[in-house]
Design a protein around this ligand. Structure first.
Ligand code: SAH
Length: 504
């Protein structure tokens, strides 16, 4: 019989990438995940579809499950023979109460493992360009709770030793206690002019860094209204930030970008922009669905040998065509026709099915495509175009004009995405979106549909980036002027174009 087991797992400080391979393996296996205010929600995407998710962090009511109850929950779930992952920010043993949970499991004879995480104590300073040790400047560092109640008669903190014995001091959970912490440090001999920094939401696009001194920290934080979660770091190493700041120096750091692509296809764009430091908000304006019926596509596939040309106009067309080919228990070998792929991304997706397109028009306009196809098409040739239900009709008409017998079959359907238009409208109104990205005409029309009456005016409050001229034309038709249009009509091209917009 399967035995209950608990993994106490560190989820890292916030940046999605700062989690271990082992932690992800645990998340994948889990029957139950018990998590608090998490590093990144996307980590839960690794979980199995039927996983049980239990949130024990602060809810909107600011209510947190008591630690004893969390300990008991872990025991109960393990006793139901579940594989339980207890997912925590940073490292489970650095002010994470992982030790208490492990002791409780031990007491109940439940097997457990600890999966360490990257603690905020070291990584948050690193993202602010502050090394916790540095040759010639700091040979030691300490990680200290800043949470101690200042009204407590007997302090557990050895302030007299801490203040001066260690070069770099990193306080967690201390923002609200800064007046007390800094007073104690100064009282016990740390010079008031020692460099210090407060770093909020470190490693995330929202990261804020306040450089100050021990003497001025409390006042500066109050003046700026900095709230948790933040760390407070004290020591000469803070001065290195002047030279070593890297994360918040990225060209798009702090910029909020709307990604309107379908959810399944958003990641390449999001990752490309995140590398530039952007904070991407995935708000799918479209959703790719199967067509009302696959019958015409299935009929065409049944007669696939009769076709002289197959024309794919998009990656989605390729995906849906091959899915139906497989459903008919056929594969690439069934295709004898010549193949045209519009755009390099469509061609590369075909390549993944072992098909090298015979022609790849880089031009997306029907006129340009026809120009490339014309020498290859003779009267009576049969052409199959599996594509979106609603798509531009010029291409088949032009092909018919050349005497070809054209069959356009619906391979997929683009519908409006599930995004909440009102939330987006509010963000745009408040000027909280710096850039809107459009990767197809349908992202434009559907975003405007989601936004309602003043959609075009709202979108125009942000900068606009389009993947190519057709998408740009759709924008213009709706009264939206793109700020930049990719030269190469791919996600890579779009990211490059956006870079030029923000890097001058
Ligand atoms: N186990 C965690 C710490 C939990 S205590 C770890 O190893 O990182 C919670 C405190 O950690 C917060 O009050 C704050 O001081 C700090 N913290 C965690 N993540 C942070 C982040 N991304 N930016 C700044 N401080 C963070």
């Amino acid at each position: 019989m399967k035995q209950g087991f608990v993994y106490l797992v560190g989820a890292g400080p916030g940046d999605y990438g700062l989690i271990s391979i082992k932690a992800i393996e645990c998340i994948k296996q889990a029957d139950t995940i018990v998590y608090d205010r998490l590093a990144d929600d996307r980590l839960l995407d690794h979980a199995r579809p039927n996983v049980e998710l239990i949130y024990v962090g602060k809810a909107s009511s600011d209510h947190t499950m008591r630690q004893e109850d969390i300990n008991q929950l872990l025991v109960d779930k393990a006793q139901e023979n579940k594989v339980v992952v207890r997912l925590k920010g940073g490292d489970p043993f650095v002010f994470g109460r992982g030790g208490e949970e492990a002791l409780k499991l031990l007491k109940n004879n439940i097997k457990f493992e600890i999966v360490p995480g990257i603690t905020s104590a070291i990584s948050v300073p690193a993202y602010a360009g502050i090394p916790v040790t540095h040759r010639g400047i700091a040979t030691s560092f300490a990680v200290i709770t800043g949470h101690e109640d200042p009204t407590k008669a007997e302090s557990n903190m050895k302030w007299d030793k801490l203040a001066t014995a260690v070069d770099t001091l990193v306080f967690l959970m201390g923002v609200e206690n800064l007046p007390h912490i800094t007073r104690k440090l100064i009282e016990h001999g740390r010079p008031a002019e020692t460099p210090a920094a407060v770093i909020r939401w470190g490693t995330k696009p929202e990261q804020e860094v306040l450089v100050t001194t021990v003497g001025q920290a409390a006042g500066d934080v109050a003046a700026k209204g900095l709230k948790p979660p933040a760390i407070f770091i004290v020591g000469q190493v803070v001065a290195l930030r002047d030279k070593l700041a890297w994360f918040d120096n990225k060209p798009m750091f702090g910029k909020k970008v709307l990604v309107t692509r379908a959810r399944e296809q958003a990641s390449a764009l999001t990752e490309g922009l995140a590398k530039l430091g952007a904070d991407c908000i995935e708000a799918p304006a479209i959703k790719i669905m199967p067509p009302e019926t696959y019958q015409p596509l299935d009929d065409a596939i049944a007669a696939i040998k009769e076709y002289d040309w197959l024309i794919f106009t998009s990656v989605n067309g390729v995906e849906h065509f091959f899915a139906r080919l497989a459903a008919a228990k056929l594969d690439t070998r069934a295709i004898a026709a010549k193949v045209a792929a519009i755009g390099s991304q469509t061609a590369s997706r075909l390549q993944s099915y072992g098909i090298t397109a015979d022609i790849v028009p880089a031009e997306f306009r029907a006129e340009g495509i026809i120009e490339m196809l014309e020498p290859h098409i003779t009267a009576g040739m049969k052409v199959l175009i599996p594509r979106a239900v609603v798509a531009r009709d010029i291409l088949p008409e032009k092909l018919k004009g050349l005497g070809a017998c054209v069959n356009v079959v619906p391979a997929y359907r683009t519908v409006t995405g599930d995004t909440d238009g009102q939330v987006l409208a509010d963000k745009l109104t408040a000027g909280q979106i710096d850039l809107v990205t459009f990767t197809s005409s349908s992202t434009v029309t559907n975003l405007l549909h989601l936004l309602g009456a003043n959609g075009a005016q709202l979108v125009a409050k942000a900068k606009i980036a389009c993947i190519g001229p057709i998408t740009a034309e759709t924008c213009m038709n709706h009264g939206i002027k793109p700020d930049v249009i990719a030269e190469e009509y791919t996600i890579k091209g779009l990211v490059e174009a956006i870079t030029t917009l923000f890097c001058d």
